[in-house]
Design a protein around this ligand. Structure first.
Ligand code: NAD
Ligand code: DAU
Length: 366
């Protein structure tokens, strides 16, 4: 009989958007697992996202940098971590255009530091047990959360990205994520470290920082500010509700195969301009009093993002057929939940519109 112990997770970037949704998902679903969050609390990290978990014995928050070798090595030993769920990254394309250096540092050097620490720890503690057929320890895993942007840009009729689509990143952000993916892959092939990569499409939902399309448009509508659509607004993204992403990561952690890559997507391709109109309609319906009504009057086209990828689309057949995952929400349901969340959580987003954020905003949208 296989007697599996509870898992001991290190979640990097757990105070960010997807990371904090994942930590809540995991703590609700697997209350006996130990969850340690390592997060540097950059502008994108928010300690408050996790404060409701502070009373739990098996939850711990550590503020620190994934590039800090000594910290990461010690944490893995001290907490006897068997599973790393690696979200920590610089994640915004526009910021990578303004200042790429930190993207190289966190996304590539940080991932390398984690891989080295995990390899050392796994060789000491995990290798023997994870090789045995019947063991009493949770299976060791290094799950690297990556993006569909590593595959580059699609023409309108091209087939969606599969796991074998060649990499062709076009921004410093996606190039840094591609670099980290290659390192993660190499640690499986060279050292046998049980790594898995997931490449996911655009997420949306609660706790997303205001700089990203959906929160930015939602907040600007509530403030009566212009809605800046880049270029001609015809760029296409494939949208996935963040809770469905977390459920996909759950099946990958429990049933995914080391050395494999899984694409995750919502099968929801939408043009930016159509998405912004839909948000306007939802806000007109749900918000009690808007400064500008109907709010589509706020839409304006602005200078395009340099190197702006035209279209992303994910073929998620592999995770659907091999791991039986499918998204549970339609985009209509997910967007409604998201708009309702931003409407009722002004106390969460208002403090994020700091002077630092305004300076960033002026740089991008001036
Ligand atoms: P986010 O920017 O909201 O959060 C990133 C988190 O990482 C923050 O809490 C930040 O404080 C932390 N962090 C940054 N640098 C760090 C460092 N050096 N050490 C420790 N912590 C650090 O990002 P997100 O949107 O939640 O994305 C999470 C991951 O998922 C990223 O790796 C991203 O590339 C990937 N991803 C995001 C999307 C999306 O649509 N948002 C889609 C696919 C993949
Ligand atoms: O595809 C997955 C990626 O999705 C993740 O890897 C990234 O971390 C995440 O930021 C996201 O990248 P995008 O660049 O696609 O997301 P963003 O929300 O910045 O923009 C979505 C689309 O909307 C994109 O085509 C640019 C456009 N846009 C964005 C902003 C912020 C606008 O037209 N106006 C805007 O003000």
């Amino acid at each position: 009989m296989s007697l599996k112990e509870d898992r001991r997770l290190l979640v990097t970037g757990g105070a960010g958007f997807i990371g904090s949704n994942f930590v809540h998902y995991w703590c609700d679903r697997y209350p006996n697992d130990r969850v340690v969050v390592l997060d540097a609390l950059t502008y994108a990290g928010n300690r408050g996202n996790l404060s409701s978990l502070d009373d739990r014995n098996n939850f711990r928050f550590v503020q620190g940098d994934i590039c800090d070798r000594a910290l990461v090595f010690n944490l893995l030993q001290e907490e006897n971590i068997d599973t790393i769920v690696h979200f920590a990254a610089e994640s915004h394309v526009d910021r990578s255009i303004l200042g790429p250096a930190v993207f190289i540092q966190t996304n590539i050097v940080g991932t390398f530091t984690l891989l080295e620490a995990f390899r050392y720890h796994w060789e000491k503690r995990g290798r023997a047990t994870s090789d045995r057929e019947t063991c009493c320890e949770a299976t060791y895993r290094f799950l690297h959360i990556s993006t569909d942007e590593v595959y580059g840009s699609l023409t309108p009729d091209a087939p969606a990205f599969t796991e074998t689509t060649p990499y062709a990143p076009n921004s410093p952000y996606s190039a840094s994520k591609a670099g980290s993916d290659h390192l993660v892959r190499s640690y499986y092939h060279t050292y046998g470290v049980p790594t898995i990569i997931t490449n996911c499409s655009n997420n949306y939902g609660s706790y997303q920082f205001p700089e990203k399309l959906i929160p930015l448009m939602s907040i600007n509508i509530l403030l009566g500010k212009p809605l800046p659509v880049y270029g001609d607004g015809q760029n296409v993204r494939d949208w996935l509700y963040v809770g469905d992403h977390c459920a996909a990561l759950d099946v990958v952690i429990h049933r995914g195969k080391p050395g494999e890559t899984y694409n995750i997507g919502g099968n929801n391709e939408v043009k930016n301009i159509d998405l912004v109109y839909t948000l306007c309609q939802l806000m007109d319906e749900l918000a009690p009093q808007l400064p500008v009504h109907p709010c589509h009057k706020l839409i304006g086209f602005v200078k395009d993002r340099p190197g702006h990828d035209r279209r992303y689309a994910i073929n998620a057949t592999k995770i659907k057929t091999e791991l039986a995952w499918t998204p549970s929400l339609t985009i209509e349901e997910g967007l409604r939940l998201t708009v309702e969340w931003y409407l009722t959580h002004r106390d969460w987003w208002e403090p994020l519109l700091s002077e630092e954020y305004q300076a960033y905003y002026r740089q991008v949208y001036a």
